[in-house]
Ligand binder design. Structure first.
Ligand code: DGY
Length: 433
């Protein structure tokens, strides 16, 4: 079905955003606010590139994995080229890798996006050949999550910094962060509030706490096991746990097809172990899955969008899925646009502030995929049409107010453009994802 005129011009705009944010083999999330390569933005943006320039999509994975550490970790930022528009830059992280990187990781969505790239390739054999070294590198990263971040082999992987979760400022992290005593004062160094309204960004107190955790990482020379033992913030993030489960599944499929059976077997074993551990994250009283504070042993109280990522992972039983969907639908009835990043009734919800309430287009796409996996195409379609309306109404912004639809955070955002290209910009019926 042809796109209507407005949709077609928005598709052109989305492509233009990716081209403008291209720095030669990698795409910055937004030109001024995030001027480097970010771990989970990059593959989610790559699948947008794949819609009109597949070779460019592949490069995104190759540049991202050039930042991989010897222990397998793929960092959350790769600082390929200098820029003074962002804090904390490479000197603040104090890592020793070349190219320079941050010292923490981010949600492992790369394997899932790589599978999509291979599935969409015109020549599958050639795609698998190009994917082979990436499969090996991504498996080393998954191993790092399953071993360095789960030394006891519990099936629950740890995040040591809120920025690893990607949902940096989620209400879920308020209680674990309250246990971090600030030892730094960084408010004067912040650049993010020069690019976005401070009311849409985290507070100074938050920045002091998260940069204190960075100091802890530096103190142990960013050694994986030592940082795991020392960090004052240690949570099993439901988002990472779910996205890793899904990514293990997708990577195992690719590994089998690329004639890497040992890798496939390792991935399948990790998946079985992680799946079994999901019962520890289920709370029948709230009718939702939660993140777990590994230092206190308590489930976080907030219910956020990550509870729906369990469906994307195929990790909920049918009954749990029905209950989660009921909890979510009831809890978001007051929202005009789906899906808010936190249920509005949760204390700490903020419709305009970073990850505390706003809608994120790429997250809607992941959640819609989960709804489809559980046979709820109707809910997936609602997410698609809401995302389409938000972008049409407010542009390719970083996030959106779930009540008014106002555009928030950064502008001309790469993964918002990609979400349009791969999904939201399609006509109904052509949106299969
Ligand atoms: C930021 O600087 O806000 C980033 O999200 C950290 O990764």
């Amino acid at each position: 079905m042809p796109l209507d005129h407005d949709a077609a011009s928005r598709t052109e705009e989305a492509r233009a955003i990716l081209r403008a944010n291209d720095r030669g083999g990698y795409t910055v999330p937004s030109a001024r606010m995030y001027p480097f390569q970010w771990n989970w933005d990059s593959p989610l943006t790559a699948i947008g590139w794949a819609c009109f320039d597949p070779d460019r999509a592949w490069q995104e994975f190759e540049t991202l994995t050039s930042g991989q550490w010897p222990d397998g970790m793929i960092p959350h930022i790769v600082f390929h080229a200098p820029s003074d528009g962002y804090y904390p830059g490479p000197d603040a992280w104090g890592t020793s890798h070349a190219p320079r990187t941050s010292g923490i990781s981010q949600p492992p969505v790369a394997a899932t996006c790589l599978r999509r790239l291979v599935d969409g390739a015109a020549d599958r054999e050639a795609a698998l050949r190009r994917a082979r070294p990436l499969i090996v590198k991504l498996t080393a990263w998954h191993r790092w999550w399953h071993e360095t971040r789960d030394p006891a082999g519990s099936g629950l992987v740890a995040c040591l910094h809120p920025w690893e979760t990607g949902r940096d400022n989620a209400v879920e992290w308020d209680a674990p962060l309250a246990g971090v005593t600030s030892r730094v004062e960084v408010s004067a160094l912040r650049k993010d509030i020069l690019h976005a309204d401070p009311a849409e960004r985290p507070t100074h107190d938050y920045y002091n706490r998260v940069m204190t955790i960075v100091e802890d990482g530096k103190t142990v020379g960013w050694n994986g096991p030592a940082f795991h033992a020392r960090s004052p913030f240690r949570v099993c993030d439901l988002g990472i746990q779910s996205l890793l489960l899904r990514a293990d599944e997708d990577l195992a499929v690719l590994a089998r097809e690329a004639a890497l059976p040992d890798i496939a077997a390792a991935l399948e074993a990790w998946r079985v172990r992680s799946l079994a551990a999901m019962t520890r994250l289920w709370n029948p009283a709230t009718g939702a899955f939660h993140s777990l504070d590994l230092l206190t042993g308590r489930l976080t109280e907030s219910v956020g969008i990550a509870t729906l990522l369990v469906l994307h992972a195929g990790a909920a039983s049918r009954d749990q899925a029905l209950t989660v969907i009921e909890t979510w639908t009831r809890g978001t009835a007051t929202c005009r646009f789906a899906a808010p990043s936190t249920l509005p009734a949760i204390p700490g919800f903020d419709a305009r502030r970073y990850w505390r309430g706003p809608v994120w287009p790429f997250m809607n796409r992941l959640v819609a995929d989960g709804f489809t996996r559980y046979g709820r195409d109707d809910l997936a379609e609602r997410l698609r049409t809401d995302t389409r309306t938000l972008i049409a109404q407010s542009g390719f912004r970083e996030y959106f107010d779930p009540f008014t639809g106002a555009g928030l955070g950064g502008k001309d955002f790469s993964w918002t453009a990609a979400a349009w290209l791969v999904w939201a910009g399609h006509d109904a019926g052509a949106a299969a994802d």
